[in-house]
Ligand binder design. Structure first.
Ligand SMILES: NC(=O)c1ccc[n+]([C@@H]2O[C@H](COP(=O)([O-])OP(=O)(O)OC[C@H]3O[C@@H](n4cnc5c(N)ncnc54)[C@H](O)[C@@H]3O)[C@@H](O)[C@H]2O)c1
Ligand SMILES: Nc1ncnc2c1ncn2[C@@H]1O[C@H](COP(=O)(O)OP(=O)(O)OP(=O)(O)O)[C@@H](O)[C@H]1O
Length: 318
């Protein structure tokens, strides 16, 4: 059997995640697999823990296509960073929550050793999450920037004192126009992030959809929209928009949007892959992460992993 290659992505500025990175590197080696670090991470981490300096580097010693799985030690920001690192390959991401929220993480830090073992031996399921393909066109309809998003494409004003004037379009048909702080075009995964703060709906990960949510729109029609996964949503900055804008994808990849710029968002042909160790109900994740009140609930005590079902069970309607 070929040796498995495990990318380890750790938050480099926290003591606990750096310590966890050393532990995971040692566990991977002890089980006969190859630990790998992104070159920048290796430089940052080995400045703190010298023994990490000899870990093979991604793209130098080991190609991205050779990576079997990425183990992530951090919060959602670190998981989004890991998703970017493995985007050109086929490795799923396994998040160990060492952040504050860790909504995208599969497990909490206390279960790390068992999770690492299962990652090394390949004992996990892979869940596909809808991702967005995002392009920016200039006012001559030329593509000037291309990227992708797991959470959202946020079209935002970039001057505090000026709104942006936008036109929303679906499948090349104009829908409405308004002045706003911005527009969030979110995936089901991102529905619990910026979309959620902006008043958008929480979308279960089993739903394939794209949400379009205005940020402080100065209009009576400012409802969040949800379109199917095969619709193309475009947000245009009007030619006479007083304010200039900026595109931010997952808070990581950005591009300026002058008046006349057009951002086109579609479902990416390439989903993001998340490694799953347990079939868990998305409902439970929402309750746990957002600390929702459920005291007094009198429903059935047996656990039904609804996240993996496509139809609601009969009990759900009781
Ligand atoms: N007002 C807001 O809520 C707001 C504003 C800007 C960006 N964001 C979000 O921050 C994300 C980037 O995350 P970061 O950690 O690098 O930045 P960050 O450190 O500023 O954290 C933003 C918060 O969003 C949470 N988060 C991120 N993805 C999530 C998800 N899918 N579900 C639930 N919560 C999630 C993080 O845990 C964190 O609490 C962006 O993709 C965007 O969704 C939110
Ligand atoms: N090695 C690194 N180099 C540069 N930035 C990093 C590195 N590790 C983490 N970050 C950044 O630090 C920020 C915070 O990280 P992260 O979100 O993982 O932690 P958190 O804020 O504690 O957790 P949560 O997002 O769950 O609240 C993110 O924007 C992340 O991308």
């Amino acid at each position: 059997m070929t040796q498995r290659r495990i990318l380890i992505v750790a938050h480099a500025y926290r003591e606990d995640t750096v310590r966890a990175a050393v532990r995971v590197v040692n566990a991977v080696r002890a089980e006969g697999a190859v630990p790998v670090l992104a070159p920048d991470d290796r430089a940052e981490l080995s400045a703190i823990v010298a023994e990490l300096a000899d870990v093979p580097a991604l793209g130098i010693d080991v190609a991205l296509t050779e990576i079997d799985i990425a183990i992530v030690l951090g919060g959602d920001g670190t998981i989004l960073r890991a998703a970017e690192l493995v985007r050109g390959g086929t490795a799923p991401v396994l998040g160990v929550n060492m952040g504050h929220v860790g909504f995208l993480a599969e497990i909490e830090r206390d279960d790390m050793d068992e999770a690492v073992h299962r990652a090394i031996i390949g004992d996990y399921a892979v869940e596909e999450r809808l991702a967005l393909a995002v392009i920016v066109k200039d006012d001559d309809d030329r593509v000037v920037y291309e990227t992708w998003a797991l959470n959202e494409a946020a079209i935002e004003k970039d001057q505090r004192e000026r709104m942006i004037e936008v036109i929303i379009e679906v499948d090349r048909r104009p829908l409405t126009a308004y002045g706003a702080d911005g527009v969030v075009v979110a995936t089901p995964t991102g529905s619990t992030a910026y979309n959620f703060s902006a008043g958008g709906p929480v979308i279960w990960p089993t739903v394939q959809a794209i949400a379009v949510v205005p940020l402080s729109a100065h209009t009576l029609f400012s409802k969040p929209l949800v379109v199917g996964p095969d619709h193309a949503v475009a947000v245009e900055l009007k030619d006479d928009s007083a304010g200039t804008g900026v595109l931010w994808c997952d808070g990581r990849r950005s591009h300026p949007l002058p008046p006349g710029a057009r951002v086109v968002v579609r479902r990416s042909p390439k989903p993001v892959l998340l490694a799953r160790l347990h079939p868990a109900a998305f409902t439970d994740r929402l309750v746990r992460k957002f600390k929702l009140p459920t005291e007094g609930w009198r429903g059935p005590s047996e656990h039904t992993p609804t996240e993996t079902l496509t139809l609601p069970s009969l009990e759900a309607h009781e």
